[in-house]
Design a protein around this ligand. Structure first.
Ligand SMILES: Cc1cc2nc3c(=O)[nH]c(=O)nc-3n(C[C@H](O)[C@H](O)[C@H](O)COP(=O)(O)O)c2cc1C
Length: 198
């Protein structure tokens, strides 16, 4: 497939985009992307548009060895917002760290970096594009993928664990892995729902 075959190329991309859907971490099992596939995922992220070329985001990949540490951060995050959390709730929070073979935290730089001309909204759009590129690449590699956020994102425990600077914000995790059984896709909005003409 080359760019000299625009129709086939468009059809391929359309197929890829159309097949993408959220897969929750619970449904993602081994194997995850190999080191070579992970390199492709990061390459896809780097293709995101970036106004001013300021690279306003970064990712922290969570290795297998760090899952326990992440589990403890989820536990501490829950205690921060609910000191009355039960033992079962704390164990649920801890278990979330073990899900999905590929797990990375997407972090946005919010400002205070000498680029006041690039507002937060544009920084988030850039990160969103990087995430979508990764989701589509994962799809092309035959994996399922999804985004997960939740209340732990703004917790002190998570911020400390991931070494977030004061001008950084945790946005969501991206999770990638093998999906056993596909689920039905949701009904998508039609263009009429979100496009008007000036
Ligand atoms: C920034 C961001 C954070 C998200 N966090 C969660 C989450 O915590 N839990 C969840 O189930 N889905 C999360 N999602 C995924 C959406 O729920 C999902 O995209 C939506 O249900 C539409 O499904 P689709 O991706 O298959 O189109 C998140 C999506 C985005 C963009």
């Amino acid at each position: 497939m080359t760019l000299a075959e625009p129709l086939d190329y468009a059809e391929l991309v359309c197929e890829l985009v159309t097949r993408r859907q959220q897969v929750s971490p619970k449904r993602l099992t081994d194997p995850g992307p190999s080191p070579a596939q992970q390199a492709m995922l990061w390459k896809a992220a780097a293709q995101a548009p970036d106004h001013g070329l300021i690279l306003p985001w970064r990712f922290v990949q969570v290795s297998a060895a760090a899952r326990e540490q992440l589990g403890e951060a989820f536990v501490q995050a829950l205690i921060e917002r609910d000191p009355q959390a039960t033992a079962a709730q704390l164990e649920d929070a801890r278990a979330k760290a073990a899900r999905a073979p590929f797990l990375a935290l997407a972090i946005s730089r919010t400002g205070d970096d000498g680029h006041a001309e690039i507002p937060m909204a544009e920084r988030l759009v850039s990160l969103g594009c990087a995430l979508q590129n990764m989701l589509l690449m994962a799809q092309a590699q035959g994996f399922g993928a999804g985004l997960v956020s939740g209340q732990a994102m703004d917790s002190a425990a998570l911020r400390t664990t991931f070494g977030l600077a004061s001008n950084e914000k945790a946005i969501c995790f991206i999770v990638i892995g093998t999906v056993g059984k596909a689920k039905a896709s949701r009904v998508r909005p039609s263009a009429a729902n979100f496009v008007t003409t000036l």
